[in-house]
Design a protein around this ligand. Structure first.
Ligand code: PRX
Length: 668
């Protein structure tokens, strides 16, 4: 295990450290700059800005050369004929090539010198531990592939996975990949309605779940939500249930089977077929500004190449590293940076089941010390919670094994960046602030740790092959420090191929604002050094603790309650969560705006979507501000909540009394 030296890394050129701002990311001439240390750079794959720029140029000008070289590091059963076939906005990468994704993530390591190397060091919340070697993981995946096939799952069938953070979640995903089935993982914190929506949209015929998982010292049952969902959807033939917590679990005869019973019936040998590079790998649902969550489809070859290459360059992964990404496999970060990318690189990783504050806020630091974690990847919302909990938690632990830190999910405020850098990284570890999305599949804008000078709050520069720009409404490129919309001007290997079963929505959502360019939905600006500063979503999508939630979804959950006539949901800045959910609700005749009803509505959203979507504030109001054509003016509500007043343009407002009433009720 490599321990990097503790000395080094003064912020080079660090002008005054201006770290206390809680304001959203913004660039200033006096921002401190943290240049990678010689110690780090000399060992890194990309060790200077010059080298980055040369490779980035090649990757943009000759994508086939750059990506062809990266792809050759994976195992292909049949070579591709063409690296990229681009019929905008539909891309095919490594056309004609065939591979097996699971074989690349597991078997090729298990068959070589990494056979007895730890692939996953897992810790359950109650403290139970398991170390799974690549050799063992290969057997587990092969065995579960046999279980799926024995239960009638075939290539291209959709399998819904609803699991706690246990190694079997990764095993189930990889087993699907191995047989060419398409997994759709649903975050374990989502409720049964969310499962129904995803079952219906994907047409899944099998589910892999567990009796429950551990969270903050309690068992969170999972199977009852599956049962509830299946009362409304009848196409699922098999439910495979892992026994994790041992809580009493109802099993439906003829449909539900236990993971361990099925595994005992099959062998751990499985012959893996090769699939087309464009064979669908998974569908992951994510929130948009309208309607129900969209099924983001990712395919095999390009996605694997993208996640593999970003792990290699952004996390500078080495055979001796111990890597830990604290995300849940239910989100894209878990897919790309727990399952596919790290395993394709053959790295040892830590996986943890439970809450970061169980039994206290020292849990992560204790685990970093215990396992000698060298690369740690987490979210700003977690960092802010750690800051609040107090420095004494990390200070109790030896964190000197760490050599690189990562951040993902939302803009990291400079205060959180500095704390992370000093208290966790010991002022010696570079921080990679990685901007990307479910749709992009892999990291898009990020520092390369041995090359890129970092400023707290900016995700810095585009990754290889990423042609990012900031445009104004007319499509003109913005000048330095001018706010605009973030777009990507060229296809990249891990890009989503479509919204499942809805090519028209895919085209309209991502490729129609500026034809030929991908619109990310984020606002951003670039400073004079070319660094990208992400401001946040431009659409009606909230980012609550790094999780994407559509205001439309929460509104429709509220309106589904018998007491609610109408609702409008907005986000308000929150010190810990990034954004908090604020709901304005008008009640139907006969219902009273009581504290009790407020509590009921919060819980109702919790049962329809999941606990993460519960509104933090609910304001009852006799009417919502609308335009004359009846559109709710969320912009005014946002302004009211953040500033207490409305100063913007209200000429289109239908009834000005509404604002006066709201202002008065918010002031109370
Ligand atoms: O607004 C951006 C924010 O998260 C959105 C994507 O959310 P999701 O698809 O759930 O994926 C999250 C994990 C990749 C983006 O549109 N976001 C993500 N990373 C960053 C970020 N905002 C600023 N800085 C980041 N590093």
């Amino acid at each position: 295990m490599s321990k990097s030296s503790k000395k080094d890394a003064k912020p080079k050129g660090a002008k005054k450290e201006k770290a206390s701002s809680k304001a959203p990311a913004t660039s200033h001439a006096a921002d401190p700059v943290f240049t990678p240390s010689k110690e780090f750079s000399s060992k890194a794959r990309i060790s200077s800005l010059k080298q980055y720029k040369a490779l980035h140029k090649e990757s943009i000008e000759k994508p086939s050369t750059f990506w062809g070289r990266e792809a050759k590091e994976l195992v292909w059963r049949k070579p591709w004929k063409k690296v990229l076939d681009w019929k905008a906005p539909f891309a095919e990468w490594f056309q004609g090539g065939k591979l097996n994704v699971a074989e690349n993530c597991v078997d090729r390591h298990a068959e070589g010198p990494r056979k007895n190397k730890a692939a996953i060091i897992w810790e359950g919340e109650p403290g139970d531990k398991r170390v799974i070697t690549f050799g063992q993981l290969a057997k587990d995946v092969a065995r579960f592939a046999n279980v799926l096939e024995a239960n009638g799952v075939k290539a291209k069938d959709r399998v819904l996975i609803y699991m706690p953070m246990v190694p079997e979640a990764a095993v189930a995903m990889l087993a699907c990949a191995r047989i060419g089935a398409v997994h759709s993982v649903v975050f374990g914190g989502f409720a049964s309605e969310a499962i129904v929506d995803r079952l219906e949209d994907s047409g899944a015929t099998a589910i892999v779940t567990a009796d429950g998982g551990w969270r903050r010292g309690k068992i969170v049952p999972l199977k009852p939500a599956v049962d509830e969902a299946l009362a409304k959807y009848d196409k699922v033939k098999t439910v495979i249930v892992l026994k994790r917590t041992g809580n009493e679990t109802a099993m439906t005869e003829g449909r539900d089977v236990w993971w361990h019973d099925e595994s005992a019936k099959v062998s751990s040998k499985h012959v893996a077929k090769a699939f087309d590079s464009e064979h669908p790998l998974f569908i992951l649902y994510t929130s948009g500004s309208t309607g129900k969550p969209k099924g983001i489809l990712h395919t095999s070859g390009g996605y694997l190449v993208g996640t593999y290459a970003t792990c290699k360059y952004v996390f500078d992964m080495r055979d001796e590293d111990v890597y830990w990404c604290t995300a849940d496999v239910g989100w894209i970060t878990g897919h790309s940076y727990i399952v596919y990318g790290p395993l394709a690189n053959g790295v040892t990783q830590v996986m943890y089941e439970g809450a970061p504050n169980h039994p206290d806020f020292g849990r992560f630091w204790q685990m970093i010390e215990e396992y000698g974690v060298t690369i740690f990847y987490t979210a700003p919302t977690a960092i802010r919670a750690f800051i609040k909990a107090g420095d004494h938690f990390p200070e109790k632990h030896d964190l000197s094994s760490l050599r690189l830190l990562g951040s993902v999910g939302e803009p990291i405020n400079p205060e959180a960046w500095m704390w992370y850098y000093k208290k966790i990284g010991g002022s010696r570890c570079p921080i990679v602030d990685t901007w990307w999305q479910t749709e992009t599949g892999a990291i898009m804008i990020t520092p390369l740790p041995g090359a890129t000078p970092c400023k707290p709050g900016t995700a810095t520069l585009p990754f290889f092959g990423v042609d990012a720009a900031i445009l104004d409404e007319s499509g003109k490129e913005c000048k330095a420090n001018e706010d605009g919309r973030l777009v990507i001007r060229k296809p990249w290997p891990s890009m989503t191929r479509t919204i499942y079963n809805d090519k028209a929505r895919y085209k309209k959502t991502y490729w129609s604002d500026y034809p030929g360019f991908y619109t990310a939905g984020d606002g951003a600006r670039r400073d004079k050094d070319g660094n990208f500063w992400i401001i946040g979503r431009l659409d009606d999508v909230l980012n609550v603790s790094g999780h994407r939630l559509g205001t439309a979804e929460i509104e429709s959950a509220l309106v589904a309650h018998a007491a609610v006539a109408e609702s409008a949901v907005i986000g308000r800045p929150d010190d810990l969560k990034g954004q908090a959910v604020v709901a304005f609700v008008t009640l139907k005749e006969g219902f009273e705006s009581t504290e009790e009803l407020r509590g009921k509505l919060r819980n109702h959203v919790g049962t329809v979507i999941g606990a993460i979507a519960k509104p933090d504030d609910i304001h009852f109001t006799p009417a919502l501000p609308k335009t004359r054509s009846g559109k709710i003016m969320r912009r005014l509500l946002k302004e009211l909540v953040t500033t207490g007043d409305v100063s913007g343009n209200t000429t289109t407002l239908e009834d000005h009394n509404v604002i006066a009433n709201l202002r008065a009720s918010l002031a109370r």
